[in-house]
Structures are given as structure tokens and as C-alpha cells.
Design a protein around this ligand. Structure first.
Ligand SMILES: [Zn+2]
Length: 215
């Protein structure tokens, strides 16, 4: 058998605290979510980074957001090749089964995945070039974004590459036929955002200018 262990005690303690307070106070809401099923209005694709907390910054409750997280909030292109595609499966379910009306790609500042891509493309991360590096091969999705970066300091260019990650994901979303159809039929809106961790900032991609502007 797989060598699993009991949860650490601090998590068990916290769980019991939640059950006795937040859950107890909102039991009817949880019961309703269970009885009626989920009907989230929005899907969010954000980074695995523990500092990115979309439910907090939008004040979202259970049942509101269908969330998929991966390294650097990237969406791969539509590749119906019969292999396992976790991100694509989540998008397919959200759009075709849950029929979400909003799909938000949420980038963030100081993204380690984006920095890895930046270092790799700059020739400073040979370990990410290895075929066996899952992070490196995943971040290959953002190589074209790196090629588009203008001159600037490393810090400026890394922020711009975080924006490129969001734009790349939005472009790739439109390669999924069911996404394109829903967008063209005005049943689904795509949104690009970027969260500044230190300042609590939120920027939104302006479709007219292609620039991220403060909300
Ligand atoms: Zn990240």
C-alpha cells in the first residue's frame, strides 16, 4: 500500500475549529450546495503559488468559483491527442458541463514559474532544459512570450512575462472549439488579470490596448 500518514495535528485541530464555527454557522448553505449541485458562474485559472488567493480577493464563497491551478496559470493549446490533459479537462468541464459565463485567467507578481521560464530562456537554468523537467517542459508554453519581450531590466521583463503568461493562456483558450463557440455566441466572457502580492493590487487586461490597467 502507498505509505500514507495521518494528517499533522495542526490541520486536524484547524479542521475541527472550522467545523464548529464557519461550517456550523452556514450549515444550510452547505446543505443546499450538496442538494442542488454546484452552479459556479466563473472559472478561475490561477497559479499554484500559495500566495494567490482568488477566493479571498473576490470575497467568494463555496460554490462560486470553479478553480483550476497550475504552474504559472498557463493554458496549453487544444491538443486532442488522446493523452492526459488536466488543464484542458478542467476547462472542458467548466465550459461545456457547468456552462460558466466568465473565465478569468489570474496571473501574479513574483511568479516562480515565470521566473523559471525567464531564466531558462536566458540560458541560466540548464536543469529546466532537461527533457525530464516537468516544470521546464510546461514552461515551454511561454517561450514565445519570452521572445516578444522588449528591452528592460530583468525585473521589468519578468513582470512583462507574467502578463505574457496571461495573454498566452487567453490566446490558447480560443483554440478550444467549445470555448470559441461560447465566446462568439456571447455565452462566455474571457478575462485576464494580474495580482500584485505585496501591494494587494489587481490589474485587468484592456482588450483595446492589450495593456494591463489597475482595476
Ligand atoms: Zn506563480
Amino acid at each position: 500500500m502507498t505509505p500514507v500518514k495521518p494528517l499533522p495535528q495542526y490541520l486536524v485541530t484547524r479542521y475541527h475549529g472550522w467545523k464548529a464555527t464557519t461550517f456550523a454557522e452556514n450549515h444550510a448553505w452547505y446543505r443546499r450546495l450538496a442538494d442542488e449541485g454546484q452552479r459556479p458562474r466563473a472559472m478561475v485559472i490561477s497559479c499554484c503559488d500559495s500566495r494567490v488567493h482568488v477566493t479571498s480577493i473576490f470575497g467568494a464563497d463555496q460554490g462560486e468559483f470553479f478553480i483550476h491551478r497550475n504552474i504559472a496559470n498557463l493554458v496549453p493549446p487544444h491538443e486532442p491527442d488522446g493523452n492526459q490533459h488536466g488543464t484542458s479537462a478542467a476547462i472542458e468541464f467548466a465550459v461545456t458541463a457547468l456552462k460558466v459565463t466568465h473565465l478569468i485567467v489570474m496571473g501574479h507578481s513574483l511568479c516562480g514559474g515565470v521566473k523559471g521560464c525567464y531564466d531558462m530562456c536566458s540560458g541560466n537554468a540548464p536543469e529546466l532544459e532537461e527533457k525530464s523537467s516537468f516544470v521546464g517542459r510546461w514552461m515551454d508554453l511561454l517561450r514565445p512570450g519570452f521572445e516578444r519581450l522588449p528591452e528592460g531590466t530583468d525585473a521589468e521583463r519578468q513582470t512583462l512575462l507574467e502578463y505574457e503568461a496571461v495573454k498566452t493562456s487567453l490566446d490558447n483558450l480560443m483554440t478550444f472549439p467549445f470555448v470559441r463557440e461560447a465566446v462568439e455566441a456571447d455565452r462566455l466572457s474571457l478575462h485576464g488579470c494580474h495580482n500584485d502580492i505585496a501591494e494587494g493590487g489587481l490589474k485587468m487586461l484592456d482588450p483595446r490596448t492589450g495593456v494591463f490597467e489597475a482595476v
